[in-house]
Design a protein around this ligand. Structure first.
Ligand code: NAP
Length: 540
């Protein structure tokens, strides 16, 4: 048993788990990481579907904690593809000698707080047991895939793939009649790549999503050198911005800095020009080009119309273009997708869009998809139907805190946290990028580093003051959750009906989970808490 006793147990070896481990080990503490996959990388381990690519720019979506690492690693493209990001995660694990502290193929089955000993007992599926006074959930926000409740899904006898559980061996679509269900970020990235190989591709779309072009490019070496020469300035900008941690400085050599203005100060022509420039610049920062697009319904409607017109300009068939134009949510209130040639793919003769709102799926059959109007024969079926986001992984682990309280009970009406970092009744259990923090609305690596740094400061504070136990006080937690909702309600986000709200999972409480005020203000709030001796946390 003593071999399984550590100061800290970390669940997950994605970007959060790796950096957490590195920081914990650097203080001389012992730590063990439990990871269900066979390698590091988290979401970038599992999501190997064709076209998988980050929607944050490579030089921003990378660790800042080591200037040597950031100088020595070379990103090839503006938006890195999944294999390159996974290679980066592996490089980090090797460079900082982290692998020896990680148990792979070790899915956590339960975590129980032992009040008498003041420690967590974490068990894996293989019934291995680990004990640690501190447990850190670095389990990712989009790590529990969702299988749609479509009749007959198990009956399909062709090749079947789920985007977020893609096999490690190559998948061949040549000469295949492929069907794809799901048109969120994953489906939208996969469609052009599958279409480039398959004999036929049928996309089954229930709800269209807004997508903006990535304008992906191979990075220019001189420009990268210039960027790296000012890396610390860029990083500071990512950390402090009111935006999402992607930086306000230009990440493309040819693009100028973004200087958002409010919609009401613009004429229609000026607003159109700004959106046009943002479209040409590419990427999710389209949403920030006009500063109040996510707050002001008029500004939002203008941006919606702009993208609708783009879709109509790109897609030849007016009926298909109309079906691709989202109309049930303000733009950006569901995660904006970033694509390479998505809309243009529908001009290819072997690519077909089925509008499920007009012609719903009755069932999946052995040989294809039966719609209300016809049977579509398929050799391969791909589903990209999303995740039980933000709370799915945490709630799947059977976490029991003090006095026998389970996390499922504590969160039965939706997640409750203080700062997205801890939850009352679960002492010494930290979450990295948990619900109630900017997490999925931000550049995840910026938010991961900030949370890990905060947790480390808290652990040091506990050592300095000889505390053994920490958890939020209930009043601070409920105050923070009210604040999170208040901020969300001052935006258009709650109108999105998205996975941010849990709306994609039947029966899941509808609570807006991420903190929408931006990474800069959130960081200030956390810093103020830390400076005030971790105000809002109770120590014992
Ligand atoms: P998603 O955005 O939740 O999209 C799931 C899709 O599946 C939706 O189009 C949904 O339609 C459809 N769907 C679900 N159940 C269905 C059913 N029964 N019948 C027909 N369609 C069904 O999931 P995702 O695309 O995996 O993306 C999730 C998040 O992961 C993204 O928002 C993003 O944050 C992240 N992500 C990031 C990247 C990147 O960095 N580039 C790439 C991929 C994913 P309805 O809307 O009608 O339910």
């Amino acid at each position: 048993m003593s071999g399984n006793q550590f100061d800290v147990v970390i669940v997950g070896a994605g970007f959060a788990g790796l950096y957490m481990l590195h920081r914990v080990l650097a203080t001389g503490r012992t730590a063990r990481v439990l990871e269900q996959a066979s390698d590091v990388g988290g979401t970038w381990y599992w999501n190997r579907y064709p076209g998988a690519r980050c929607d944050a720019e490579s030089l921003a979506y990378s660790y800042s904690f080591s200037s040597d690492l950031e100088q020595e690693w070379t990103w090839s493209e503006r938006y890195a593809q999944q294999p390159e990001i996974l290679a980066y995660a592996r490089h980090v694990a090797d460079r900082f000698d982290l692998r020896q502290h990680i148990d792979f193929d070790s899915r956590v089955a339960s975590a129980d707080w032992d009040e008498a000993l003041g420690s967590w007992v974490v068990k894996t599926g293989h019934n291995r047991m680990f004990r640690a006074s501190v447990c850190i959930m670095a389990t990712g926000c989009l790590s529990v895939p969702r299988r749609p409740d479509i009749k007959g899904l198990e009956d399909f006898s062709g090749h079947f793939y789920q985007a977020s559980q893609w096999p490690t061996e190559p998948v061949n679509f040549k000469d295949q009649r492929v069907g794809l269900i799901g048109t969120g970020s994953s489906g939208i990235q996969a469609v052009p790549v599958i279409a480039s190989e398959a004999a036929e591709l049928t996309v089954f779309q229930r709800t269209p999503n807004f997508s903006v072009p990535a304008q992906n490019k191979v990075l220019d070496a001189d420009w990268v050198d210039a960027f790296k020469a000012r890396y610390s300035e860029h990083r500071e900008n990512h950390r402090q911005g009111v935006g999402s941690g992607f930086g306000d400085l230009a990440v493309l050599p040819q693009a100028g800095p973004m200087d958002p203005v409010l919609f009401e100060s613009l004429t229609a022509d000026q607003a159109r020009d700004i959106l046009e420039a943002a479209w040409e610049r590419g990427g999710a920062r389209f949403m920030g080009a006009i500063g109040d697009t996510l707050m002001n319904p008029v500004a939002n409607a203008f941006a919606q119309n702009f993208v609708h017109q783009k879709i109509k300009d790109i897609v030849d068939d007016p009926e298909i273009a109309a079906a691709l134009c989202p109309s049930n949510h303000p733009i950006g209130t569901r995660r904006i997708c970033v694509d390479s040639d998505y809309y243009a793919t529908y001009n290819l003769p072997h690519v077909r869009l089925v509008n499920l709102l007009k012609d719903p799926i009755i069932q999946i059959t052995e040989h294809g998809v039966e719609l209300q109007s016809e049977h579509v024969a398929l050799d391969t079926l791909v589903i990209a139907t999303g995740f039980d986001a933000m709370t799915g992984a945490l709630l799947s682990m059977n976490i029991t805190g003090s006095k026998g309280l389970t996390l499922a009970e504590a969160w039965s009406e939706g997640p409750k946290t203080y700062l997205g970092l801890m939850s009352c009744g679960f002492p010494n259990l930290f979450m990295i990028t948990g619900p109630g923090s900017p997490s999925v609305l931000s550049n995840m690596i910026v938010s991961i580093e900030q949370h890990v740094d905060f947790v480390m400061s808290c652990l040091e504070f506990m050592v300095d003051h000889q505390h053994q136990r920490v958890e939020p006080d209930p009043k601070s937690q409920s105050g923070w959750m009210e604040h999170v909702q208040e901020v969300a309600n001052s935006t258009l986000f709650p109108q999105g009906g998205s996975w941010y709200l849990g709306a994609n999972v039947p029966g899941k409480p509808r609570v807006f989970m991420p903190y929408a005020a931006g990474v800069g203000p959130y960081r200030l709030a956390c810093d103020a808490v830390a400076e005030a001796d971790f105000r809002g946390f109770e120590f014992a």
